[in-house]
Design a protein around this ligand. Structure first.
Ligand code: SAM
Length: 246
């Protein structure tokens, strides 16, 4: 089991691993079984990794896997919240995968002082990638690449960013739409991307229609307005024809 997962990652974690270069010193925050750092140590030529975990069970599982793979010299497994497990200057890459975007953004926000030596962030929010893109924009990180993949019926996004003077660079005229859909993903418009946003749009449409039958309080009117704007944004990015086909 452990052998399999540290030699062959899920497609989701493989999409994260793709952005970790040879020689990297990386912290994987919320590492759980430490599959990602074990894989990187065995297959990607990284020089050092920290596997950080806040929960005792996953921390112990990470320790067990790192030790049974004979990687304890290269991977330091540490128990702690977010970036508190790393010292300033210790790593040059950070991966955070398999959590909500708001939690990822709060981990980065709370550990900002540890990011001085970090060249690249590789983040895989399960939901609300928009929270991560907003954090990049507010904190001087330039989104350099995005991936969207489907695995076992779930859709995941991976975002990579590097420090830079112009975090607005990837966004063209419509920053609000770029933050929501992703500037690269919305240009590429892959099948998986269309599927994700048609699903979202259909959910919003259903809620909108339910609200039409509810009492029209200021709250429902406001919510309807917000849903309408988001539905329109999806239709703009996918094109009306594609949206109607769903
Ligand atoms: N990163 C792995 C992956 O993508 O497969 C594991 C994802 S798992 C769903 C999320 C892990 O993050 C859990 O083990 C959880 O305990 C850990 N976690 C959540 N909040 C954390 C925090 N603030 N600091 C460190 N770890 C955290």
């Amino acid at each position: 089991m452990c052998f399999l997962n540290t030699d062959k990652l899920s497609a989701r974690l493989a999409a994260v691993a793709k952005y970790v270069p040879k020689g990297a010193k990386i912290a994987d925050i919320g590492s759980d079984h430490a599959y990602l750092p074990c894989y990187l140590a065995k297959n990607s030529g990284i020089s050092f990794a920290v596997a950080g975990e806040v929960a005792v069970g996953p921390f112990q599982s990470a320790e067990r896997n790192v030790s049974s793979e004979g990687l304890s010299d290269m991977i330091s497994v540490r128990l702690g919240d977010g970036l508190e497990v790393i010292q300033s200057g210790e790593v040059d890459h950070i991966a955070i995968a398999g959590m909500g975007g708001a939690l990822i953004a709060s981990i980065l926000e709370n550990g900002k002082e540890k990011l001085g030596s970090v060249k690249r962030l590789i983040l895989q929010p399960n939901i609300s990638a928009v929270s991560v893109r907003k954090w990049f924009l507010d904190n001087g990180w330039v989104l350099i690449a995005e991936e969207i993949i489907e695995e076992d019926g779930k859709i995941y996004e991976v975002l990579a960013a590097e420090k830079g003077s112009n975090p607005l660079k990837p966004y063209e005229q419509n920053v609000e739409a770029g933050l929501l859909f992703g500037p690269y993903l919305s240009k590429e418009k892959s099948k998986v991307f269309a599927k994700k946003w048609l699903n979202e749009r259909n959910n919003w449409l259903r809620i909108y229609q339910q609200l039409e039958h509810a009492a029209q309080t200021p709250g429902t009117v406001e919510k309807k307005k917000e849903l309408f704007t988001k539905i329109q944004l999806v239709e703009e990015v996918l094109g009306n024809e594609e949206s109607k086909r769903s």
